[in-house]
Write a protein that binds this ligand. Structure first.
Ligand SMILES: *[C@@H]1O[C@H](CO)[C@@H](O)[C@H](O)[C@H]1NC(C)=O
Ligand SMILES: *[C@@H]1O[C@H](CO)[C@@H](O)[C@H](O)[C@H]1NC(C)=O
Ligand SMILES: *[C@@H]1O[C@H](CO)[C@@H](O)[C@H](O)[C@H]1NC(C)=O
Ligand SMILES: *[C@@H]1O[C@H](CO)[C@@H](O)[C@H](O)[C@H]1NC(C)=O
Ligand SMILES: *[C@@H]1O[C@H](CO)[C@@H](O)[C@H](O)[C@H]1NC(C)=O
Length: 889
């Protein structure tokens, strides 16, 4: 028995019992364990969204248990039973304390770590294995550490520990390479990106390597002196401390973690007990070999850390979060105010003179020629918005930095090459027509746009425009280049201001435009690619395009959020109040949200994506913030592809209290299991696989006093019994490789009965998500007097006209706010206690009314008219003298 037990050394180091002839066999076992450990580690990492949080916290406990039992084993050989008894009882006391520490630390971490909504498939066999593998890994870790410490007993002067460490490193590397090799052999299509590491991953890897290996080396070194549980316990404690110390605990979210503070306090108290035991042991120089200086240092460190922790969390402990107002009430009243303010400044002008003056004072230049015609057009159609077209201004400003001839050349470049997925419109002689080489499947879209333009084409100068026929946006310009373009654009615009005699549009403008793409035969074959555009479909677009427009030092440029299963609190807090979205504009920015990389089809794997990093003039129906396409009103809504049929309308109170959603898996092209992160899939999964027993932390009115709100833990079933959920995919899986289609068909229910679009109006709560691009349903939803929940990452032409929380309810892309939103509007329990029906009805009504005023087809025409007047000036060679001036009185 004692021969198996190398821990004899701790009890009496003078009588080392360790015999060296067992070492070679033992070394072989150790290497095998390390090999298995690495294999398991990689399995877990591949399905990290299915892993349990904090399993490794149990390591100190397993180690101390092992030590306690082996102490017992060896002490039984001692003749002095009294000594043996004290040793045994102190070892058991020690193991018990470490146990308390471990359990409370684990509880504090797992209750305070919110999960993301990234899907861990319930039907996949592999993902169920992940927690099992994690525990297997934990036992292997225990074995490896015990083994290492055995070897380390030789002392670091001898070459054995170093040699063994070196071998283990080789074994781990070998295990990884074998797995990677097998993976590439099986999936050759992943070869290219597997070897392409971007700088963020390299810096993460370097950090992990340096940190990991120095940690391991110090650990082995320490274990030559100490029992292994000591450094491991200290390391665990420090990392849990850092975790709790640095997590973002606002008043509202992730949760007002009082229970976390209590649990972590228990953990730290038991740690105090552990340190005390070590100190006692070091005094008596028995049983545990922590020397005096070391333990004194630990005590001081412990006291210091505790004081710091209490200081930081004191407010949470002393003032339990009681709020006088619900965040949503606050956001709604704020939204009303913001909207009133915006509306006031958007329509200050009452006459053409005032409108010209207002334009001049906003942009520092005179309005474009024919501005009077536009003004007449807009006022005749009762436009409420005359002055605020900030979207047009910001979309077009950088193009002032580019020579008109160059802009025309770039337009021609796209229109000549059908490969670039651009369709052309020629505006000439007061009308608008399609260029000959528009792909038949997308003709309807260009014809729709053309029918908008025809309404006012007589006032437009001759020009050709290139329209994006894909749903996905196209132009991602790096930050520095964009800043430069904007600066030069501002300067170029100022030159216009210096002109004294303003002219109307050139009449010979059509001569300036090339005719190559107007010929019946295209100048280039459809296969001719453009060197300025890339074929980037079905690949992650986030790093290469999505965030290149972000300012340096943006979190999305510096970090990569690899743990898909973890909710990123720091990514939402800038634009959130509690779990709720508070700043719609900011929530679209990708720069502070590195985790979005895995949470949207467009970032994960766009179906048809041909982006450019140069500023090409391409008109798109929507764009992700950070992209530089020119946004125009979508013909989808203009030509009534989907509409709200008012004969099917219903009063809000008559509607059924249900969340209703139907749709396809069309957000992105599913490859390599990435459908698990797409927003539509996450939504359907979240809504349908909800476990009624899950505890939600909801903010509810205080019962007793009736004033203020506080958090309470409520089972999810309570939300489900108040609001019905009818959410499913329709048809069958689309846009996926065979393997992913099959996986989705297993995981989701696809409702094959057809639903008339007008069915939607029967339900109170309508959720609206992006597809491959913007959602075409949003406008009809808004008209329907149902409450619209909007989770759009693609932004359209009307964003500044609408106000989140006044006209619709904004939803975070992560969907972590889903249940809290339902609880607020739908209430809890059968009777819908705490429901806010009035508020829901008010937002639904306001959205409907406001849409009927500013999102009409007339408003789309007015927007497009103004956009093309501005664009007509930018592409005119004489743009520095073009402007509208009022006729002298
Ligand atoms: C410790 O050793 C004694 C005597 O050998 C044995 O009776 C006892 O069961 C052991 N305790 C544990 C926890 O292994
Ligand atoms: C443009 O000119 C007007 C009048 O000449 C002047 O008031 C305004 O400040 C100028 N704006 C810029 C941006 O130079
Ligand atoms: C516009 O009219 C002129 C003269 O009538 C003609 O030469 C030109 O081809 C027309 N352009 C288009 C695009 O129809
Ligand atoms: C929302 O974010 C935008 C962009 O960062 C910022 O300009 C604006 O002031 C914010 N609005 C509020 C109400 O905080
Ligand atoms: C499928 O959709 C129809 C129409 O909305 C609905 O009546 C039916 O209950 C759905 N089926 C299931 C199993 O949810």
């Amino acid at each position: 028995m004692a021969q198996r037990n190398p821990y004899y050394r701790y009890l009496d180091s003078k009588q080392a019992y360790y015999t060296s002839q067992h070492k070679p066999i033992f070394g072989g076992w150790l290497m095998a364990c390390v090999f298995c450990r690495v294999v398991i580690l990689r399995l877990v990492m591949l399905n990290v969204e299915c892993s349990l949080t904090g399993v490794e916290i149990f390591l100190p406990f397993l180690l101390s248990l092992y030590e306690a039992t082996s102490d017992n084993g060896s002490s039984s050989q001692q003749s002095n039973t009294a000594v043996s008894k004290t040793v045994r009882s102190s070892a058991m006391r020690y193991a018990l304390l470490v146990g308390v520490f471990t359990v409370s630390a684990f509880a504090s971490v797992s209750t305070s770590t919110p999960r993301s909504t990234y899907i861990c498939p319930v039907t996949s066999y592999g993902s169920k294995l992940v927690p099992v593998s994690q525990f297997l890994g934990l036992f292997l870790d225990t074995g490896i550490i015990i083994g290492l410490s055995t070897v380390a007993q030789d002392g670091f002067e001898s070459s054995r520990p170093k040699l063994l460490l070196g071998r283990l490193a080789f074994i781990s590397a070998g295990a990884l390479s074998i797995q990677a090799g097998l993976f590439i052999l099986k999936n050759p299509e992943h070869m290219i990106w597997s070897f392409h590491l971007d700088s963020r991953i390299i810096s993460d890897l370097l950090f992990a390597t340096v940190f990991g290996s120095s940690f391991l080396a110090s650990l082995v070194y320490l274990m030559s002196e100490l029992r292994p549980s000591i450094p491991i316990t200290v390391a665990t404690c420090v990392s849990i401390y850092t975790y709790h110390f640095s997590t973002h605990t606002t008043e509202f979210w992730p949760s007002p973690s009082r229970s976390t503070v209590v649990l972590s306090s228990i953990a730290f108290l038991s740690m105090a007990g552990i340190v005390r035991l070590w100190r006692e042991a070091s005094r008596s120089q028995r049983s545990m070999s922590l020397n005096g200086t070391c333990s004194r240092f630990l005590v001081i460190l412990f006291v210091f850390m505790s004081v710091l922790f209490l200081a930081k969390k004191s407010s949470l402990i002393l003032h339990p979060s009681k709020l006088s107002k619900h965040p949503i009430d606050y956001l709604m009243s704020n939204a009303q105010h913001t909207s009133d303010q915006w509306r006031k400044q958007a329509a200050t002008s009452q006459s053409l003179e005032q409108a010209v003056y207002e334009y001049q004072s906003r942009y520092g230049i005179p309005p474009p020629p024919n501005f009077d015609k536009w003004y007449e057009y807009a006022t005749a159609r009762g436009s409420l918005i005359i002055d605020d077209f900030e979207q047009i201004n910001s979309d077009l400003l950088p193009f002032w930095a580019i020579e008109p001839a160059k802009i025309r050349e770039m337009t021609a470049h796209m229109l000549e090459r059908t490969w670039t997925d651009a369709g052309g419109l020629r505006i000439a002689n007061g009308t608008s027509q399609l260029t000959p080489h528009v792909v038949p499947t997308h003709r309807w879209s260009l014809e729709g746009t053309s029918s908008i333009i025809k309404k006012f084409a007589q006032w437009l100068p001759d020009m050709d425009i290139a329209m994006n026929i894909n749903d996905e946006c196209r132009v991602a310009v790096p930050w520095r280049a964009m800043e430069d373009l904007k600066d030069r654009g501002t300067v170029a615009r100022r030159q216009l201001n210096e002109s004294k005699h303003f002219q109307p549009f050139s009449t010979n403008a059509h001569q300036l435009w090339p005719n190559t793409y107007m010929q019946a035969e295209p100048p280039y074959s459809p296969q001719t690619i453009s060197e300025y555009f890339a074929e980037a479909s079905i690949a992650s677009s986030f790093t290469k395009y999505g965030v290149i427009g972000c300012p340096p030092k943006s979190p999305s440029l510096r970090t990569s959020w690899w743990n898909k299963g973890l909710f990123c609190a720091d990514c939402t807090s800038p634009h959130a109040l509690g779990p709720f979205l508070s700043n719609w504009t900011l929530s679209g920015s990708l720069c502070h949200q590195p985790d979005l990389k895995n949470l949207h089809g467009f970032h994960l794997s766009p179906s048809s994506f041909k982006p450019t990093t140069s500023l090409f003039p391409i008109f798109s129906q929507s764009k992700m913030p950070g992209f530089s396409d020119i946004v125009f009103p979508s013909p989808w809504n203009y030509v009534d592809k989907v509409t709200f049929d008012s004969s099917k309308s219903m009063a809000f109170s008559e509607k059924e209290k249900s969340v209703f959603w139907r749709g396809g898996t069309s957000e992105g092209y599913a490859a390599a299991d990435n459908w698990e992160g797409m927003q539509r899939q996450r939504f359907v999964h979240l809504a349908n696989y909800a476990q009624g027993s899950t505890k939600l932390n909801l903010l509810l009115p205080n019962n007793a006093q009736g004033t203020g709100y506080s958090y309470r833990s409520i089972p999810l079933s309570s939300v489900l019994s108040a609001t019905n959920i009818d959410v499913s995919f329709v048809g069958g899986p689309v846009r996926c490789y065979d393997k992913e289609c099959a996986a989705q068909a297993r995981e989701f229910y696809f409702n094959t009965s057809t639903v008339d679009f007008q069915e939607h109006w029967k339900y109170k709560f309508l959720f609206d998500f992006d597809g491959a691009g913007f959602s075409g349903r949003f406008l009809p939803f808004l008209e329907s007097s149902s409450l619209v929940f909007r989770a759009a990452s693609f932004r359209q032409w009307f964003e500044e006209r609408l106000t989140a929380w006044k006209d619709y309810v904004p939803v975070d892309t992560r969907l972590h706010d889903f249940w809290s939103l339902l609880a607020y509007f739908g209430g809890l329990g059968k009777n819908g206690e705490y429901a806010h029906e009035k508020e829901a009805e008010r937002i639904a009504g306001q959205g409907r009314e406001w849409a009927a005023k500013v999102l009409r087809k007339e408003d789309m025409e007015i927007y497009m008219f103004r956009l093309l007047l501005e664009w007509g000036r930018i592409v005119d060679d004489r743009r520095n003298e073009l402007g509208f001036v009022l006729p002298p009185k």
